[in-house]
Design a protein around this ligand. Structure first.
Ligand code: ATP
Ligand code: MG
Length: 246
């Protein structure tokens, strides 16, 4: 066990707006943690800070005992943090196998796949995310659920210890959500530490044993889903926005 991610007094200001405000928490190796909060709460910004896509205004981030504050995204990936994006991104004109192979060519991906050819390793990842039958198809003609699976496959190609999943259920049908849920659960069973945001709260709350709740950049609750769901401050944060909670 032991702490894998430590975020301390993290703050991100965009001009006069404080998107992440003095945010502190820890995640242990092997944990499965959710991050909830109404629209604009700062969830994606927090992920951007941890993965190096944004630089904090102040505060510190440690991963596996190392200070990773201000490191560039490629360095952070090579230490073992991968992330997916709320808006799906892929190399549109490369087929799925090539999309995943690119991640497998990263330094960590290469180390994990050294006993295999890159293409075989990428193909095994496509199998684990349920896309191997579509290996030769470009992503532009895939349904949204498959694009979400591809995102996860591309992240897995870098052999992450910690996986940040930003809204992996967004835009999916109920059936597609179930497929992605099973996939994420399996990754966690295989030993990947998972930190996941979601708007489909019922799905997320059923998935994780611990939830952080964020509102206006601040951490407002941290605990088991049922406890957080009944937290007065959390309920007010959602009701104040007129959003449904669970
Ligand atoms: N690059 C940026 N420049 C200026 N403001 C930004 C930037 N990125 C985010 N923001 C603002 O920071 C706040 C937090 O946004 P963020 O996207 O992190 O929220 P979120 O919790 O992920 O929301 P959602 O649930 O809609 O995905 C919002 O007010 C947003 O408009
Ligand atoms: Mg977001």
């Amino acid at each position: 066990m032991g702490v894998i991610l430590e975020v301390k007094n993290l703050t991100k200001k965009f001009g006069g707006l404080t998107a992440v405000n003095d945010f502190s928490f820890e995640i242990d190796r092997g944990e499965f943690v959710g991050l909830i909060g109404p629209n604009g709460a700062g969830k994606t910004t927090l992920f951007n800070l941890i993965s190096g896509f944004e630089k904090p205004s102040s505060g510190r981030i440690r991963f596996d005992g190392m200070n990773i504050t201000n490191l560039k995204p490629f360095r952070i990936v090579n230490l073992g943090i991968a992330r997916t994006f709320q808006l799906v991104r892929s190399f549109k004109y490369l087929n799925l196998l090539d999309n995943v192979s690119i991640s497998c060519l990263s330094p960590r991906g290469k180390t994990a796949s050294e006993d295999f050819k890159t293409v075989e390793y990428a193909s095994s990842i496509l199998t684990s995310v349920g896309l191997v039958d579509k290996a030769r198809i470009p992503p532009i003609i895939l349904p949204h659920g498959d694009l979400r699976k591809l995102q996860i496959g591309k992240a897995l190609g870098t052999n992450p210890q910690l996986l940040l999943l930003d809204e992996p259920f967004s835009g999916l049908s109920f059936e597609e959500q179930l497929v992605i849920t099973d996939l994420i659960r399996k990754l966690h069973d295989d030993g990947v530490t998972i930190f996941i945001t979601g708007h489909v709260l019922r799905e997320l709350m059923n998935l994780v044993p611990r939830v952080l709740a964020m509102h206006q950049g601040k951490l407002i609750a941290d605990g088991p889903p049922q406890e957080v769901a009944n937290n007065k401050i959390v309920l007010e944060a959602y009701l104040g926005r007129g959003e449904d909670f669970a």
